[in-house]
Design a protein around this ligand. Structure first.
Ligand SMILES: [Zn+2]
Ligand SMILES: [Zn+2]
Length: 76
């Protein structure tokens, strides 16, 4: 179960980053190592799909989790 969820998750991350062309959702910096951030946590019913992912650069990702930036995370 955990394994399946992880591979679906990795696939969704890759697809999401490709759709965003590896550009950060917030600052638009393009970087292959950008992170895929979950809009909704699995524990809150989030699904492992591109609809639930957003691409963030490491800095914005950290700032987001530190509460420094707020994103309006509605993707579609
Ligand atoms: Zn950024
Ligand atoms: Zn995150």
């Amino acid at each position: 179960m955990t394994q399946r969820r992880n591979s679906a998750h990795i696939k969704a991350q890759k697809e999401g980053k490709k759709i965003d062309q590896y550009a950060c959702f917030f600052c638009c910096r393009q970087f292959r190592g950008n992170h895929g951030h979950h809009i909704m946590l699995y524990s809150e019913g989030g699904e492992p799909s591109v609809r639930n992912m957003v691409t963030l650069c490491p800095e914005c990702h950290r700032d987001y989790h530190n509460g420094k930036i707020k994103l309006d995370l509605i993707r579609f």
